[in-house]
Design a protein around this ligand. Structure first.
Ligand code: FAD
Length: 514
């Protein structure tokens, strides 16, 4: 290393790679420090005895021909070489009361809902109509950070936004408030909450419906999601970007309130004009900087934030012919029980996996390369409190037993959807929230960065930090979690750096001139 970089990026998640790719493409000297041995963060695959699993990312939004990622790839100089295939139907919903399919044929979904809840016909029609109108009105609206656009562009954006009544009507509203205002039937409300927790924005609950209306859910053919970080890395390097794996950043070096580089494990300091953190939002400020260097108000705000819910996943390689059993590779959302109160808090004391939602993926049906011939992959994910696996600050002494018990329970429950599952298992593994945390350093294995309540969701968030020349990219900052969002966030962070560099170049040119 030994040089001064224009930018050092902490983390090679998709947010960090996106930021690095744009900066390197624009000719900056960039170094990414990644503590893991490969790029991607949550967007990776792993193998067990010939079976390939994705621990986290499996579906992708905005990757269609008219999706936002089309433009993002052009900005990043990435070729359209990955095959993104529409995932239609988006999901099959199985409950003890009914089966339902959510596909891009939204009128059919509406019809099916009305057949199940005839008394709510008018409300169902009105509710789905709202999201149809919203999707139509926001088509083409860019998700740019206000910090990187001109005043004129801000006015243009504002002008467009105020013409979308649904955005103003539902801004800051919780799912509970809006669903209660439309519907009476608790089962229908439970269903349309789509697993969102108490206090979540209505836009959170309505997203699956909006994606279905837009036909906006994709999967990656053949290799699965790992193709994405591999493409980013290849082009990042081709543009001259450098990356150092197995390199844990321990400290952000700050001088006179300005980021000046990073210190890595072992003590080496790397100098750089800008630092971009793609890592955990809590660790970036608490551990890599330290409270004493940050304004009290900022720290107080940070302490009030909650992290998004973590997940427990069981991975199975099975010798079952899932296609013959009637599965088509669509994501299955299974609700073992439906409570009358969708907003029941699922804390560690009252935690019961039977009361939650399970997402069952059978990726090898669509991507046969992921499993040996005649076999399949099954991954079952369910929300699970982090505290279940810890004993205060430490790992629970019964961690292995708790993990085993939960995996067994999940397999047992899934047998109601895939009969005979437990007697056809060839390979088995599981990730607890602690596994996710260990692999990516995301606090408590947070799935999407900070938990965005309805109020947080409607706030304009910044990728700038109280430290000059230190920005954030990824799911702990604007615009939020999920692959398309972190790509946008990486581009925005790079544009902030480029804006600053332009200023720097102009100033230094002026210095030379006079
Ligand atoms: C179970 C699960 C399922 C999900 N499913 C989907 C899905 O289907 N579709 C979707 O779009 N999104 C999904 N998400 C969300 C999505 O995975 C994330 O929002 C997104 O991948 C976050 O990307 P990122 O770049 O912000 O950070 P991350 O992927 O968290 O990457 C951060 C990187 O920074 C590195 N790092 C952190 N600290 C340091 C340090 N100090 N030094 C060096 N390196 C460091 C980490 O090792 C990691 O590689 C899912 C998440 C989970 C957990």
């Amino acid at each position: 290393m030994g040089t001064t970089y224009d930018a050092v990026i902490i983390g090679a998640g998709i947010g960090g790679l996106s930021c690095g790719t744009l900066l390197a493409k624009e000719g900056l000297r960039v170094l990414i420090c990644e503590q893991a041995l490969k790029p991607g963060g949550y967007c990776v695959n792993f193998m067990r005895n010939g079976f390939t699993f994705a621990p986290a990312v499996h579906y992708l939004n905005e990757f269609g021909p008219d999706g936002q990622m089309h433009e993002a790839f052009q900005i990043l100089g990435l070729p359209p070489e990955i095959e993104f295939c529409p995932q239609d139907p988006q999901r099959r919903i199985i409950t003890p009361h009914f089966h339902l399919t959510l596909s891009t044929d939204i009128d059919r979904f509406e019809g099916d809902l009305i057949r199940l809840f005839p008394k709510e016909e008018l409300s169902i029609h009105a509710y789905i109509g709202e999201w149809k109108r919203l999707v139509k009105s926001i088509e083409g609206l860019p998700l740019k950070s206000l910090e990187v656009i001109s005043l004129k562009e801000r006015f243009q954006l504002l002008h467009k936004v105020i013409k979308v009544p649904q955005l103003l009507r539902y801004r800051g509203k919780t799912g509970q408030e809006v669903l209660d205002s439309f519907f009476k039937d608790p089962l229908l409300k439970y269903l349309l909450s789509f697993g969102a927790r108490k206090g979540s924005s209505i836009l959170h609950c309505a997203s699956p419906i909006m994606w279905a209306i837009k036909g906006n859910v994709y999967y990656i053919k053949d290799k699965g999601v790992e193709a994405l970080p591999q493409l980013f890395l290849r082009y990042y390097k081709a543009y001259g970007g450098e990356i150092s794996f197995n390199t844990l950043v321990k400290k952000i070096v700050i001088e006179k309130g300005k980021a000046r580089g990073v210190q890595i494990e072992g003590g080496e300091e790397i100098q750089s004009r800008y630092v971009i953190s793609n890592g955990d939002g809590h660790a970036t400020f608490h551990d890599l900087i330290g409270k004493h260097l940050l304004p009290d108000r900022f720290i107080r705000k940070l302490q009030k934030k909650e992290v998004s819910a973590p997940i427990f996943t069981v991975y199975l390689g099975v010798d079952l012919d899932l296609t013959q059993m009637g599965f088509d590779g669509a994501l299955v959302h299974y609700y073992p029980a439906m409570s009358k109160n969708p907003w029941e808090e699922k804390n560690v004391e009252g935690f019961d996996i039977e009361k939650g939602k399970m997402a069952i993926r059978m990726d090898s049906i669509k991507n046969p390369m992921l499993a040996p011939m005649g076999t399949h992959t099954v991954a079952i994910a369910a929300f699970a409190p982090y505290e279940l696996f810890t004993d205060g600050a430490n790992i629970n002494p019964h961690y292995t037993e708790i993990k085993e018990e939960m995996a067994q329970k999940i397999i047992g429950i899934t047998e109601r959807v895939i009969p005979g599952l437990s007697s056809h298992i060839m390979v088995r593994d599981a990730s607890t929230p602690l596994t996710y945390e260990r692999e990516t350093l995301n606090m408590h294995g947070a799935t999407m960065g900070w938990y965005l309540s309805a109020q947080e969701f409607s706030r304009i968030r910044s990728q700038k930090t109280p430290i000059a020349n230190l920005y954030q990219a990824g799911h702990w900052t604007f615009p939020g979690g999920g692959i398309p969002m972190v790509i946008i966030s990486g581009i925005n962070a790079a544009k902030l750096v480029l804006k600053g560099m332009k200023k720097f170049t102009t100033q230094s040119c002026m210095g030379n001139m006079f």
